[in-house]
Write a protein that binds this ligand. Structure first.
Ligand code: SIN
Length: 509
């Protein structure tokens, strides 16, 4: 395998868009499943936010993004991504994506929470992710510069100086070493670490674990967004989603008696996601069910994916409100990257949900994620093109899955590192997850990083709500490495001493 190759890990929107933008550079795309399968992109019911309407402007889109980010979004990044929106929609249309249009042939623009304008571009009503995935996977399969390897990334290769020089993938034929001039992680999020999630089960932060073991710096990892309206099917694990666009079009949240759950709360159904999610959780945690009443919308026609998911769960949204509950949905934090998608490790880039560009801050604005991945893909490709091929490397420690401990990690993350957090619970999670991380479990590593950063953020901001610290402090991002998280765990003894311990993490200016 040539060292001139670029290895891209992950075949959702971020991986596929990066691989396509790298053409004609040779790319090996490492994917856990055949192209088009088992990726969170396919589940995205929202759309792509883009300032296309006559009343809109990228500056307004950027301002909404920054406002949702609760003090931690980078305004420059928000502007750059918002400005790219209309051009990226045109790029997808050129690749053959049939966006939803009005009678006049113009793009139909939807509304979602915390957007000040109608700017959500969609395909198939609520099937945008699947449509984007289809066109990108088709283009990648037809591209002579992209070779696909089905396998799971198990370790990064590094040279003596720490530069990433390739990747080891576990395939059905055994471990495969892939030397590369650059590695791009596009491995998605970590919702699968929670007992209830809108993500595929395999979304357990595998890319974060690989990079953290290699010494990478992570940013804002404590910020996990809970989607307010997963469909409460009564089961654990991945839950089907009732898209926020339903609320954008007038669906309301009600209790069992039909009374409005969001009455008296600023923004009501279209308040920021964390606000809506906590309002629902306040009821469901007392055993009071909450429902999304979409009876006055034509769900079957306008939201065919939601209609099919309801049908599969034995629900009919035309007849009865849909039972809903919050579930882990999106990870705002991730591998710290700069404006070119470079991580702190030379030779390693990251794109999409695994990366923390500074766009989302403490709370992602709906339908900004497909957009962000596509906006960074060409920046990453241009940067890699300008870098020299790497020298030889050796494999770092191999990643091990958390044999048998995933159900335990999921229960712990849900209970202690979920929508509402407090010091004692986070300290308990840190101690437990550190033991699993030391034993080499990659899911333990990721859980530990999230719990440690959450323990260190003694304030409430965006998606991170500390019951013991409802106040806000001066906004600052969190940066953390695996070494720092493990060192922090050493200091977190039993609950009482955890309450008086001083911070080990350095302040970020
Ligand atoms: C949704 O459709 O509600 C999800 C969209 C998103 O998370 O951006």
């Amino acid at each position: 395998m040539s060292r001139d190759r670029v290895v891209v890990v992950g075949a959702g929107v971020a991986g596929l868009a990066t691989a396509l933008r790298l053409a004609p550079l040779p790319v090996t795309l490492v994917t856990a499943a055949p192209l088009g399968e088992e990726t969170a992109t396919a589940w995205a019911q929202g759309g792509i936010a883009a300032a296309i309407g006559r009343d809109d402007d990228p500056a307004l889109h950027a301002a909404d993004t920054v406002a949702a980010g609760a003090g931690l979004s980078d305004a420059g990044v928000a502007w750059r991504v918002a400005e790219a929106g209309p051009g990226l929609v045109a790029w997808l249309a050129d690749l053959g994506l049939a966006f939803d249009r009005g009678c006049d042939g113009a793009l139909a623009l939807g509304l979602e929470a915390a957007h000040g304008r109608r700017r959500i571009v969609k395909a198939g009503g609520d099937a945008t992710g699947a449509a984007v995935l289809r066109v990108l996977a088709r283009a990648a399969a037809a591209s002579p510069s992209i070779t696909t390897v089905v396998g799971r990334a198990s370790a990064l290769m590094q040279d003596e100086a720490g530069r990433v020089t390739g990747l080891v993938a576990e395939t059905t034929a055994g471990p495969l070493a892939l030397p590369a001039r650059a590695v791009v992680l596009a491995t998605g999020g970590l919702g699968g670490l929670y007992r209830t999630t809108t993500n595929p089960e395999g979304a357990v932060g595998s890319g974060l674990a690989l990079a953290a073991r290699a010494g990478a710096v992570l940013r804002d990892v404590e910020f996990v967004q809970f989607h307010p309206t997963a469909i409460a099917t009564g089961t654990d694990g991945p839950l089907p989603l009732a898209t926020e666009a339903l609320r954008g079009e007038g669906a309301i949240l009600v209790d069992a008696a039909g009374a409005r759950v969001m009455a008296g709360i600023a923004g009501a159904e279209l308040a920021p996601r964390d606000v809506v999610a906590r309002a629902i959780a306040a009821r469901t945690s007392r055993g009071e069910p909450v429902f999304l009443d979409a009876r006055r919308l034509d769900v079957a026609r306008r939201f065919p994916t939601v209609a099919a998911l309801c049908r599969a769960a034995g629900l009919d949204p035309a007849l009865r409100p849909i039972p809903v509950r919050p579930a882990a949905h999106y990870h705002m934090g991730g591998l710290r990257v700069d404006g070119r998608g470079r991580s702190s490790l030379p030779g390693l880039w990251a794109c999409g949900e695994v990366a923390a560009t500074g766009l989302h801050g403490a709370n992602r604005l709906a339908s900004n994620s497909l957009l962000e991945a596509m906006a960074y893909a060409p920046l990453i490709a241009a940067d890699i093109e300008a870098t020299a091929p790497a020298g030889p490397g050796r494999a770092g420690p191999l990643s091990r899955p958390a044999a048998g401990s995933l159900p335990e990690i999921r229960a712990l993350m849900e209970a202690e590192v979920g929508l509402v957090r407090h010091e004692a619970g986070l300290a308990r999670a840190v101690r437990h997850l550190a033991a699993l991380a030391r034993a080499g479990a990659s899911e333990g590593i990721v859980g530990l990083l999230v719990a440690a950063a959450a323990l260190e953020r003694r304030e409430s901001r965006g998606s991170h709500w500390r019951a013991d610290h409802p106040e806000q402090r001066a906004p600052r991002p969190t940066e953390i490495t695996l070494g720092q998280a493990l060192a922090l765990a050493e200091t977190v003894a039993d609950t009482a001493s955890a309450l008086s311990r001083s911070s080990l993490l350095p302040e970020v200016p």
